[in-house]
Write a protein that binds this ligand. Structure first.
Ligand code: UT7
Length: 331
């Protein structure tokens, strides 16, 4: 059924902490090499927070930029949906902390735990509240401080992740430059392939969980890789097809930045050449829920995101969670 009201992204802001962790730095910390990291992942550096800086801080900075771009104040925001797997604390939700720090007095909100698909899940949630007529100004945020849950003695995971955040404002659209369609999937059988086993109700924090390093990211890299390669392309093809498009119509493919090889293989299957793909994993690493808004911002800075462009977003994350969004850039 066609929606009576369509929703659009009307502003975008991003933030990464200034401190860099380069491949050369990692060479001094674990048995790895710049060559291995570049060849296997495409990453050159990541941004990492200083002690005491949390996900809400990055989210607030990104949100302030989005609001400034649109020229509105925080009190105009009606709802905040924030994708993250590294909340400041177990509760309250980081969305509540952001609401307070931003001064978004009238806004309600919650966190969405969908790992690397967190931003796309939050984007659809925001879009639906606008399309239903419930809200006219929704802030959608993807933010993670992955360095807070990484074991910097584990070379298999510490080279991949970085910290970062992005925020977009969702408002009603008055023409076809809008959020067109979404597809989301979950395959919970993949939960064991990528997780942080302790700190929740199953394995509450104890000396034993600390000794066993259960408060860090655990990943079966190859299992995640295989699933991501298959699903990123599958869900992208599906959302294009059901809206009457093919890869040829896509002006910009904005994939989750987990591994350059995953991105290139998905793009290849969609028939997309490098000039229509945004890859900034070299600069930021995998910032989990932050990658897609950061990639949109990179595209914009490179002059590769114009009003009316057909943009395809795709993500795969821990869960497994899968997301795709199709939109026409609105400004
Ligand atoms: O965003 C959420 C989802 N996450 C992902 O999408 C991640 C998906 N997975 C991946 O990106 C890749 O699997 C990794 C980058 C994590 C690993 O790359 P890989 O090509 O799958 O490597 P591998 O795990 O098969 O390991 C190959 C070799 C192993 O050595 P042996 O057993 O062949 O001697 C590893 O021990 O590479 C070794 N290795 C490393 N060597 C140098 C693993 N990590 C490193 C490292 N530096 N950092």
């Amino acid at each position: 059924m066609a929606n009576l009201v369509r929703a659009k992204i009307s502003a975008l802001g991003t933030y990464v902490p200034p401190r860099l962790l380069t491949n050369a730095d990692l060479e001094k910390m674990v048995e790895t090499s710049n060559e291995w990291i570049l060849e296997r992942t495409g990453i050159r550096q990541r941004h990492i927070v200083d002690k005491g800086v949390a996900t809400s801080h990055l989210a607030v900075e990104a949100s302030k930029k989005a609001l400034a771009e649109r020229g509105i104040s925080a009190t105009d925001v009606e709802a905040i949906f924030l994708g993250t797997v590294t909340p400041d604390m177990m509760f309250p939700a980081t969305a509540c902390l952001v609401q307070d720090k931003l001064g978004a007095k009238g806004a309600w909100g919650f966190d969405i735990s969908a790992a690397c698909s967190g931003f796309v899940y939050a984007l659809q949630t925001g879009a639906k509240f606008v399309e239903s007529g419930a809200h006219k100004k929704v802030l959608v945020i993807g933010a993670d401080v992955m360095s807070s849950i990484i074991d910097y003695t584990d070379r298999a995971t510490c080279v991949i992740f970085g910290d970062g955040a992005g925020a977009v404002l969702i408002e009603p659209a008055d023409n076809g430059n809008c959020l067109i369609d979404f597809i989301h999937e979950v395959d919970g059988s993949g939960g064991c392939s990528l997780n942080m086993p302790a700190g929740g109700s199953l394995n509450p924090a104890s000396h034993e969980t600390l000794d066993k390093k259960m408060h860090y990211v655990h990943q079966d890299g190859q299992a995640v890789f295989k699933y991501a390669v298959r699903k990123m392309a599958e869900v992208s093809e599906k959302v294009l097809q059901r809206n009457g498009f093919t890869g040829k119509d896509v002006n910009l493919f904005v994939p989750h930045q987990a591994n350059k090889r995953i991105i290139m293989s998905s793009a290849d299957r969609l028939g997309l050449k490098e000039d229509r793909i945004i890859i900034n994993i070299d600069e930021y690493g995998n910032t989990t829920a932050g990658t897609i808004p950061l990639a949109l911002d990179s595209a914009r800075q490179q002059g590769r995101l114009k009003k009316g462009d057909l943009v395809l977003i795709a993500s795969v994350g821990a869960g497994f969670t899968v997301g795709a969004a199709l939109l026409r850039w609105a400004y």
